[in-house]
Design a protein around this ligand. Structure first.
Ligand code: ADP
Ligand code: MG
Length: 628
């Protein structure tokens, strides 16, 4: 046997992102330090599941010790906590890769989030992002990891105080676990409670009660091991024997989230394909909900063996759902690459999607408040399905809820909208924008309000896309209030005293054609409006093509070279318009129409086309007003 003292100790510096993360871990006050234990147990369980998977094709890896196990040893005398697992273990290179770098995209964004997060919220992010191992440094002044990969004749020790560097060295097999990983935490003085049997048992039951690997607890030096987690797969038990708390605990361990599930879907599919699904909708939004590379995290098990969390078990618009599917229909040795193409997986994906959507639909009927919260958090994602999933478009449109000019703070469905449509109203009207208050104040809505016509107020970026893709709802087309002619004249105004507009007066007509000539470079048309009842002017888009908001978004994303010229609508009943139209001062009329156009642009949340010319015109008007 070789002597460990002859083997060189390698010094390594942490990757910059790890160093920054460790600094945050140690110096931010996370209210809930207990989470480190959950993270270490979750890694140990992952290692056991990886071994189970590799042993399918290489059973010799299990040797004489086939049952996976996690052992927590408490050493009160030395103030140490030791987490052992007999899982897959790590080679030297794997250690350096796994415990010295962060192999994840979006690290920078994550750090910014964690720095900005309030105490407590930061801890939430740790598990979601998968930087769990480093959380050990919240409670430990030194962490030693000794690991022997299954089937290997070498063992290695990784060691660090978390202050910028770590060491790696070979260790004698006698000083290493026979297989797997031993993590020893030298606890900080204020973390002594993690050597107390009572508190550790409580934390494990609370946080890790349902990891699918048994957990034993031993008090050193000479306690007897006692089993504190039985490692049975919760999802194999009948639904009526599982409590709400058990589901919530399981959700937290499977999802890496710390909140409560807002919806739990547990079912067994029988018939042509047999599988069990256990899916949860979180309460809080996962941090990477809108990360374009963000994937779903549903886990796939085959006969209780974890296979992958990379199989797309749900469509992208349900990527916030967490949980697992366990099937006996796929062979255990199915390769991860083959899974995606398997027709069985296609059937499971379809079945699971149905179950999840049906459960959300049921919630919408049975508990309006709970559904409203779910919709506020995940509706913007579900609506992507209206655009992406042609087959379920009608179903998703029926599920969708909206703020409207008639809803106040409540949500309205499209069915509600259609039921309350005015007799002569032909379309479902909507307005898109980035901010609800700004939408509510839009001049384009005035004519609709005056006629009691409800307008959907759409503020999610996906809205601009699905409204153009969704041909109709119950036969009613969607129409932007900022686009084309409004066809409002057919619907009478609510206020009977205000008779429908007489034809615009000759002077105003004349002024409109003057404005059209003067502004020919900037607008495609100037016309009298029936959208407006108060404001003087507004801009609308031509009948065909994108509406104003979509056009702005496409331009902002560089996807549209030249926007179509908008149409300027003028309110003939507005006093200011009548007065300006009556003026015979040519120079004043030119300034006035240009300022009216800029006013319409500003009301749309845009800038004047030429800020300098705008300022000069405004100054001219000021000085004229002062002279007069
Ligand atoms: P994540 O678990 O999300 O990958 P962690 O920071 O918790 O992130 O762990 C980083 C990596 O370290 C793991 O992916 C794994 O490769 C390795 N690792 C950590 N603990 C163990 C363990 N007990 N056994 C084997 N590998 C481990
Ligand atoms: Mg982990």
């Amino acid at each position: 046997m070789s002597d460990a003292s002859e083997k060189p100790v390698e010094n390594h510096v942490f990757e910059a992102d790890v160093a920054r993360l460790l600094h945050l871990m140690v110096h931010s006050v996370y209210s809930d330090k207990d989470v480190f234990l959950r993270e270490l147990i979750s890694n140990a369980a992952d290692a056991c599941e990886k071994l189970r998977y590799e042993a399918i094709s290489a059973p010799e890896l299990l040797g004489s010790d086939p049952s996976p196990r996690i052992t927590l040893s408490l050493d009160a005398a030395e103030n140490r906590l030791i987490v052992d697992d007999n899982g897959i273990g790590m080679s030297r290179d794997e250690m350096i890769e796994a415990l010295g770098t962060i192999a994840r995209s979006g690290t920078r964004a994550f750090m910014e989030r964690i720095e900005a997060a309030k105490a407590g919220d930061g801890a939430q992010l740790i598990g979601q992002f998968g930087v769990g191992f480093y959380s050990a440094f919240m409670v430990a002044s030194r962490v030693d990891v000794v690991s022997r990969r299954a089937g290997s004749e070498h063992a290695w020790r990784w060691s660090s105080d978390g202050r910028g560097s770590y060491t790696v060295e070979a260790v004698d097999l006698a000083d290493a676990p026979a297989r797997g990983t031993r993590i020893t935490l030298q606890l900080m003085d204020d973390a002594k409670s993690y050597t107390s049997k009572w508190s550790v048992e409580r934390i494990v039951k609370e946080q890790s009660g349902h990891v699918p690997v048994p957990i034993d607890l031993i008090e050193l030096p000479d306690g007897e091991p006692s089993r504190i987690g039985d490692g049975t797969a919760l999802w194999t038990r009948p639904r009526n024997e599982i409590t709400k708390e058990e589901y919530a605990d399981f959700y937290r361990s499977v999802a890496g989230h710390y909140d409560e599930p807002s919806l739990t879907v547990h079912f067994r599919a029988e018939g042509r394909h047999e599988y069990t699904g256990l899916a949860f909708v979180p309460t809080a939004k996962p941090y990477d909900l809108f990360d374009p590379t963000g994937k779903g995290r549903m886990k796939l098990y085959v006969k209780r063996v974890f296979i992958t969390d990379d199989a797309e078990l749900l469509p992208r618009y349900l990527r916030f759902v967490r949980g697992l599917v366990d099937t006996s229909d796929l062979p255990l040795n199915v390769s991860r690459e083959m899974i995606q193409e398997s027709p069985i997986l296609t059937a499971i994906r379809k079945g699971l999607t149905n179950r999840v959507l049906t459960a959300i639909e049921k919630l919408a009927e049975s508990d309006k408040d709970a559904f409203a919260k779910l919709w506020d958090a995940f509706g913007p994602v579900i609506k992507e399905g209206i655009y992406d999933d042609f087959e379920r478009r009608a179903q998703l449109m029926a599920l969708a809820r909206f703020r409207t000019t008639a809803s106040g703070d409540a949500h309205r469905s499209l069915a509600d909208y259609v039921k309350d449509m005015k007799d002569a109203q032909a379309a479902i009207y909507y307005m898109t924008g980035s901010n609800l208050e700004q939408l509510q104040a839009s001049p384009q809505l005035e004519g609709f309000r005056a006629r009691g016509i409800e307008v959907l107020l759409l503020t999610d970026s996906i809205d601009s896309f699905w409204v153009t893709a969704a041909p109709d709802f119950e036969g009613k087309p969607f129409k932007s209030v900022t686009q084309g002619t409004s066809d409002l004249a057919q619907v009478p105004k609510l206020d009977a005293k205000e008779t429908p507009d007489a034809e615009a007066s000759a002077t105003v007509k004349d002024f409109i054609s003057f404005a059209k000539t003067t502004l020919a470079d900037a607008v495609s048309d100037v016309r009298a409006s029936d959208r407006l009842t108060e404001s003087a002017v507004c801009l609308v888009a031509p009948e065909h093509g994108p509406d104003r908001q979509l056009e702005k978004m496409l331009q902002g994303a560089g996807r549209l070279d030249s926007a179509a010229k908008p149409i300027l609508e003028i309110n003939p009943d507005n006093g200011l318009i009548a007065a300006v139209a009556a003026s015979t001062n040519e120079a004043f009329r030119v300034d006035a129409v240009n300022l009216l156009l800029d006013q319409a642009r500003i009301l749309d949340g845009d800038r004047p086309a030429d800020p300098r010319a705008f300022a000069e015109r405004l100054s001219r008007l000021f000085s004229q007003a002062l002279k007069g």
